[in-house]
Design a protein around this ligand. Structure first.
Ligand code: PSU
Ligand code: MN
Length: 304
């Protein structure tokens, strides 16, 4: 075991017994949602995972340790401290570990730590991708390169239109990462069920998704897999409404000259403010929905 890993006794036992475990990220807690909804959501997601027969493993850096299976107190701390907690992507890991401080892990860093611990399935809301205007800014999330090299399946709600969805798909294709649509041919766009872009493979059951992932591993292909799960109909937002607010947020981001790792959290917060919290509600519901699917996939995988 890696000397910086700290796996909770419950997760350690589940992994040893080959029982289903679902990884959960922490940037979504500290930088993706306001307090106290962030903590409430994180704890509820854990209980949804349990209700569906898997063990939740919220991942973060706590006092410099790569922690797999945060306690309730640690989740509360990550949520309360919010933006004060360093957002940690792959490149940041050694520095936060060296300093022995706390860090909220992005999809990339969470995947890396999950793989070190032996967790195969990870649920979140949205991944980072190719930002709009990336042709000049080169703003492409490290999440995409992590998906290219780390054996963890990520269940998300598709790509948000704060990103350039078409270019994000191109980047994934180049990196050998398949995008699976759960019960859909159309890639979901986070707040809405459709983006107008096609997924690579439509699979309709958790079992089929688990089998495809198992075949990928058995083929010796070292990469992630992206599963896109559409937001439940009753929580999906009007496409024109959300997109016009995203456009306004993007414009403001550009005017203020926000760039680098601050971009994604800024856009998420701005969109939440512009929609009066409506997008936050949708965000919370889609995370619940992804936690359920990821748990079902982890259960199927543990039987194979
Ligand atoms: N998209 C969301 N919510 C989030 C994020 C993305 O809808 O919380 C977070 C995830 O942790 C993701 C990170 O890995 O933002 C991507 O940041 P960046 O674009 O800086 O790589
Ligand atoms: Mn970026």
């Amino acid at each position: 075991m890696n000397k910086f890993l700290q796996i909770s006794p419950e997760v350690k036992k589940a992994l040893k017994e080959n029982r289903p475990v679902v990884a959960l990220e922490s940037t979504i807690i500290s930088h993706g949602m306001p307090y106290p909804q962030n903590v409430e959501t994180a704890l509820k997601v854990e209980s949804i995972v349990r209700e569906h027969g898997a063990i939740p493993a919220t991942i973060a850096i706590i006092n410099g340790k790569l922690t797999v299976g945060c306690t309730k107190e640690e989740i509360d701390l990550l949520g309360r401290e919010g933006l004060k907690v360093t957002k940690v992507s792959r490149r940041d890991l050694p520095f936060i570990v060296a300093k022995g401080i706390n860090g909220a892990t992005t999809v990339a860093a969470t995947m890396y730590i999950a793989a070190l611990a032996g967790v195969k399935v990870f649920a979140t809301g949205g991944i980072g991708g190719v930002h709009r205007g990336a042709a000049t800014t080169m703003d492409i999330s490290a999440d995409l390169d992590e998906l290219a090299q780390t054996n963890v399946m990520v269940v998300c709600a598709g790509a948000k239109s704060i990103l350039d969805i078409g270019l994000t798909l191109e980047c994934l294709e180049t990196r050998g990462v398949a995008v699976v649509g759960y019960g859909t041919e159309d890639l979901p766009a986070f707040y809405t069920r459709k983006s107008g872009f096609k997924v690579d493979y439509r699979l309709d059951t958790a079992k089929e998704i688990a089998l495809a992932y198992k075949c990928k591993v058995d083929l010796g292909l070292k990469s992630g897999m992206l599963v896109a799960n559409p937001i439940p109909e009753q929580y999906s937002m009007d496409a024109d409404y959300i997109n016009s607010n995203i456009d306004a947020a993007l414009k403001e981001c550009e005017t203020l000259g926000i760039h680098g790792k601050a971009t994604t959290p800024y856009l998420l917060d701005k969109v939440q403010k512009l929609t009066g919290g409506q997008s936050l509600d949708a965000n919370i519901q889609l995370v619940f929905n992804n936690a359920k699917l990821a748990s079902e996939i982890a259960v199927e995988l543990s039987k194979m």
